[in-house]
Design a protein around this ligand. Structure first.
Ligand SMILES: [Zn+2]
Length: 226
């Protein structure tokens, strides 16, 4: 058993506010076997990607590019409970049918989807074998121990004055897990918001961010072979 695993997954920065999932896919593909930009763009075009990219879309992308994968989630389809969350509100109705249909057709399209919960130990043993995973997290909860704490969601006020800024409860974001250290209890991940670093947090913070309400505990396992 390895105490310390660090896979050499390149860090690729997202270009827009919505394409963190695509940036994560590029990182993973680059790590496995480089796919040309043309191939990548053609696959995204064929799959009719819009600015709303869900985990199931990423699973379809992997299938399209012949990459062995397994998408684990708590909900096969769209969780109706997310309708009232501001993060999902904007596109909810138009997206619901599209996403549910992707789940229904997954089997026929060679997309492997499982309804299950994944433990951090399972993620570790996956990494130990040189495989990687794209994880949906609540970016509001996930805090990197290496990056300086960003000032977010709040205004600057004179001391003693109460701030009424409301922190959003959920911000869906994809990251790529690429390593861990059992002795220090840390997990390493590539955050597509940055292009120059590997981020690091505790197992407990990672678990909280990954299991936060809104993520459905979505995780896309990617396998190095085939
Ligand atoms: Zn960081």
């Amino acid at each position: 058993m390895n105490d310390d695993v660090m896979l050499n997954v390149p860090v690729i920065r997202q270009l827009y506010h919505w394409d963190c999932g695509l940036a994560c896919s590029r990182m993973v593909l680059e790590y496995l076997h480089p796919v040309s930009e043309e191939q990548f763009q053609r696959a995204c075009l064929d799959l009719e990607f819009s600015e709303s990219v869900w985990t199931i879309d990423l699973a379809y992308l992997m299938s399209k590019l012949g990459v062995r994968h397994c998408f684990c989630t708590q909900t096969l389809g769209v969780d109706k409970g997310f309708r009232n969350q501001s993060f999902y509100k904007k596109h909810f109705d138009t997206e619901e049918d599209r996403v549910n249909e992707l789940f229904l057709k997954a089997d026929n399209k060679g997309v492997l989807v499982k309804k299950c919960s994944v433990t951090v130990q399972e993620i570790q043993s996956h990494l130990e074998q040189g495989h990687v995973a794209i994880v949906l997290v609540n970016a509001v909860v996930l805090v990197c121990e290496l990056c300086s704490m960003p000032v977010k969601y709040c205004c600057f006020l004179p001391v003693g004055q109460k701030c009424f800024c409301r922190k959003p409860e959920y911000q869906g974001h994809f990251v790529v897990v690429c390593g861990f250290n059992r002795r220090t209890g840390n997990i390493f991940y590539n955050n597509p918001a940055y292009s120059d670093r590997v981020c690091c947090t505790s197992f407990s913070n990672f678990e909280e961010a990954r299991r936060s309400y809104g993520t459905d505990e979505d995780i896309l396992f990617i396998y190095k072979d085939g």
